[in-house]
Design a protein around this ligand. Structure first.
Ligand code: FPP
Length: 247
């Protein structure tokens, strides 16, 4: 079946009233995509940014309320310096070229992760993007940059200990309160996690927040992930029965 036909078939099947509110994506397979084509690894990341553009556009059009993208993990610093530098140039490239469209589509940019360790120019690019889109009320585009979930949890625990010691709150910490100390404070947990490239791991991504998310793994490499693959994931999500431990 032609891709366009498959897309329109899926669009007809998808229930617009139960699109996942929050979709998180582990964008994996850029390196393999490039190597398969005899290209340097950074070409995979370059193409990966094109997929980000398309996915943001398609997610917003589908009515997804929050899209969280894993762009750089706390472990990614261990890659060769040239690759790290290339990855660090991407937020600036993306925000500069996409800002007019993000504004037109009413998308609000947010960041999760430890921004203090990011190079100054990346911090500025991200800060400018967040500021420019602060009052947008459409889809939240949540970029995970220098993000690691265990670090996030430990940071929350340490803040809670400090505040408890300072007498800022009394009593025990519950789940709701704990969530408020994470980078994702105020943002609903993901309904759907997508990971591309055939890997079936969570890789230190949103460990707390993914407790009840539906997981969708596809063999498609991130640079090849297109509208039809997003629609398949959303339709697949709609076929799942979410019981949250109940019957
Ligand atoms: C994993 O593929 C991908 C990354 C580490 C980087 C993902 C980043 C982008 C797609 C662009 C980010 C865009 C913005 C707007 C900041 P890999 O290199 O681990 O692939 P491999 O497993 O095939 O080697």
């Amino acid at each position: 079946m032609e891709i366009k036909e498959r897309e329109s078939e899926l669009v007809k099947k998808i229930n617009p009233d139960s699109v996942p509110g929050h979709v998180a994506i582990i964008m994996d397979g850029n390196g393999r995509w490039a190597v398969e084509k005899g290209l340097p690894r950074h070409e995979g990341h370059r193409q990966g940014v094109e997929t980000v553009r398309e996915t943001v556009r398609n997610s917003s059009a589908l009515g997804i309320k929050i899209l969280t993208l894993f762009a750089f993990s706390t472990e990614n610093w261990q890659r060769p310096v040239r690759e790290v530098n290339y990855l660090m140039s991407l937020p600036e490239i993306y925000f500069q070229s996409e800002l007019p469209e993000l504004m037109r589509n009413n998308v609000q940019i947010r960041l999760i992760g430890d921004r203090t360790r990011l190079p100054r120019k990346v911090q500025k690019a991200v800060y400018d993007g967040i500021e420019a889109t602060r009052n947008n009320s459409g889809m939240i585009l949540n970029i995970a940059l220098n993000y690691g979930s265990r670090t996030e949890i430990i940071m929350a625990v340490n803040r809670l200990i400090d505040e408890k010691t300072e007498g800022k709150f009394k009593g025990e910490v519950d789940e709701k309160m704990f969530s408020g100390y994470l980078y994702t404070a105020g943002i609903a947990d993901p309904d759907l996690l997508i990971r591309t490239s055939g890997e079936k791991r969570i890789s230190n991504f949103l460990l707390w927040q993914l407790a009840y998310s539906e997981l969708w793994f596809t063999d498609v490499l991130w640079p090849d992930f297109s509208k039809v693959h997003l629609l398949e994931a959303v339709y697949g999500f709609q076929q799942r029965k979410r019981s949250y431990g109940k019957v």
